[in-house]
Ligand binder design. Sequence first.
Ligand code: HAM
Length: 456
Amino acid sequence: MRAIHIVTTRLSSSFIRPVLLDFVSCSPLRQFSTPRRFICAASKVNGGGRSGYATPQLALHHFKEVSRLFGYEEVDFPVLETEALFIRKAGEEIRDQLYCFEDRGNRRVALRPELTPSLARLVIQKGKSVSLPLKWFAVGQCWRYERMTRGRRREHYQWNMDIIGVPEVTAEAELISSIMTFFKRIGITASDVGFKVSSRKVLQEFLKKYGVPEDLFGRVCFIIDKIEKIPIDEIKKELGFTGISDDAIEQLLQVFSVKSLDDLEDILGGAGEAIADMKQLFSLAEKFGYSEWIQFDASVVRGLAYYTGIVFEGFDREGKLRAICGGGRYDRLLSTYGGDDIPACGFGFGDAVIVELLKEKDLLPELGQEVENIVCALDKDLQGAAATVATALRDKGQTVDLVLESKPLKWVFKRAARVNARRLVLVGKTEWEVGSVSVKVLSSGEQFQVKLNDLE
Ligand code: HAM
């Protein structure tokens, strides 16, 4: 099997992209100006129903805007990775959801189900060449072979923000603040959405107290993560399979049903690290201004094995939808990929649930296409002149839909209405001979002739 060479290229001052040479050709840097509307092809595999998909760009636009507002740097990762990158020992659900196959070189590869492993690898590659902390964001498609339900797709866009190199709870507090900022920007309030927060250290402290082996940590986390999804007897049965005693299971379930820090402190018998972290987070939430959004809930553990400390998830208060977003601290992930551990935390935020929520709240605008000008030659011989006009306008930063064929005016007006054009710029023989064009402002009907150089 051939070795896989991974190199990291810095393609622009604000965009870091690792290139997995064996798998993915180095595509040119996509300019990340967000189109007002993008059409996404539907297929039976990715969930269908995505044609005319005007939704993501509202989310994608604000994902990126908010990340920049918080001073994060954009990173990008290969879509196709080695399967091994996503397989962790703990046997998470995500492993069974991989879109994986053998490539033509007999290598096991997978479409990425998440971005964090690629990010961890990039941090390791960068090594000491970068100064910490890193504040990175990424937005990209992920694939998971999930049962498709409302807000869960086999293909989704995921926004990630991660902080690498900060052990303090201030990092989690800022990450939650950025998510809250996103919600506010799209019109979602604290009465629509909340954040449940807890810490996996609660479980660590519990396991220690009951003498349960630490290596059961990951397994117990996945089971607890299902508390609100499957009947409690199933949870007990699964916990029983791990070898934890019936008594400890009862205690454990009691711990995970706790909704107040004081009660947790009582049960755990004192203020441990988990309690201290939570208290600091709640105090910072007040300072960042999102206290009314967050609440402690011990049942939140998140389903991924690598979280080690604070974990959080966004939820709709009506309880109709799956988690809107989720994340946490993963201080020990890097060493699982052969690097030195660096404290890190972050979140993933998919485009699917939020769109469902926006629909529920009637906050999803019908975004149509918009251009400033439609430029049209009135004569086939003037198509070159129309191209010159289009270029002149585009050079001035105006958006132009150039009519590329000879079409009757009726057709041009229809098209102008469809693309919401502001003006019609007609290139006719007489006007063009004196370097002018005819302009019709479509909203008012006002019509005038203007020299091309004066056309603003
Ligand atoms: P996750 O909890 O597996 O975490 O997913 C994060 C978010 O991605 C979910 O809350 C949801 O918004 C979205 N998501 C996941 N699967 C689907 C799906 N099938 N359809 C639609 N949306 C989905 C992670 O992926 C971590 N890597 C996040 C992270 C980044 N933690 C630290 N940094």
